[in-house]
Design a protein around this ligand. Sequence first.
Ligand SMILES: *[C@@H]1O[C@H](CO)[C@@H](O)[C@H](O)[C@H]1NC(C)=O
Ligand SMILES: *[C@@H]1O[C@H](CO)[C@@H](O)[C@H](O)[C@H]1NC(C)=O
Length: 391
Amino acid sequence: MAMAVGMGLNLLLLLAMVATNILSLYHLSSTRSVATAATSSSAPADVPDHLLRQLHTIRATISHLSRLRSSSSSSAAAAAPPPELLIYARIAPIASACSDHPDLLHRYMNYTPFAACPGDDARALAEALILRGCHPLPRRRCFSPTAPKPLTSLPSDPFAPLPDAAVLWPSSAPCRSFSCLSASLGFDPKVESTRFLSARSVLDLPLTQLLNLARSAGAAPIRLGLDVGGGTGTLAAQLRRLANATLLTITLDLGAPYSEAAAIRGLVPLHAPLQQRFPVQDGVLDLVRTGHAVNRWIPVPALEFLLYDADRVLRAGGLLWVDHFFCRAGDLEAVYAPIIARFGYRRIKWAVANKTDGGGLKNGEVYLTALLQKPLPSPISSAAGVKSSSN
Ligand SMILES: *[C@@H]1O[C@H](CO)[C@@H](O)[C@H](O)[C@H]1NC(C)=O
Ligand SMILES: *[C@@H]1O[C@H](CO)[C@@H](O)[C@H](O)[C@H]1NC(C)=O
């Protein structure tokens, strides 16, 4: 399939090339015929050499491609893409995400243009589509509903109480106020104000310790980061308070207004699923943390893509913090540790402990918390693995 896509692209490029060249040839020949008519010269119609050469190349490429096409079935074995690529192509064919869910898409697109968008259902449908990797959002022309009462002020402190009126609560939601939601979900400012500050187990990484480790690893300062599955954005709030850092929080609503709560707190919520490319350029972030939402329920190939994308956005020397990742005990060494090892990051922290809640005990699960550093490009890379940077 990758080959077919590549060939399609080649054809497209070729067509574009042919089109521009034919246009220039056409332009040239038409100006020339005007010129010849005007001067009534009888000189032979000579096309410039470079255009002839280009045409020749185009013809050769076309015949090469059509040969490839007609013989692709017989030469498939010889030119087979690596099996790794095929495995990953199967998890979701590229760009198929929307067409695989015509029913949802149809319901989502059922609206009146230039009027108010349908209410709750459309918001839930948008998230359902996003979760399946389909982003149809720009293709609607209706006005999104907002919270009924405009607020005169929003808290500037991310640990202040959250105003209920700032949220458009779905009429079907069991909870229609923040106090109704369980405190463990991240909506209680008192609980949140102490999170990430102390260690209750070896799996916790208090932020003062994180900042110290970053300094001694040559990864400081931590100014920009991404919190994947960051709930209401408490890590972003704490790192802003402690280090003036700016974190983007990837969060979905999934039954409670996580995005809205983060926004009320003045933190940036990114509404994106885990299988999407992070909307950030390569090599620009100091820190990527994956939270509890990143765990063994994510298919392994998708998880591997996610980690590669974290690697992509991290700068050299940046930190990947795998926080409370859980999986079956046997899979950690068999499956996940090798995937992580492949990145060649330095292990600053690697803590494993039994997951002792009901599900954890039943499934024999363990937690992993790891702090890993993306390699610094080192001019004096030695076989002994000597740390070369000392800044
Ligand atoms: C954060 O920025 C403010 C204003 O620039 C400054 O006063 C404060 O010391 C900074 N805090 C930290 C932890 O860097
Ligand atoms: C973790 O769980 C395994 C089996 O479920 C058990 O054998 C082991 O002793 C536990 N480790 C600790 C530190 O409790």
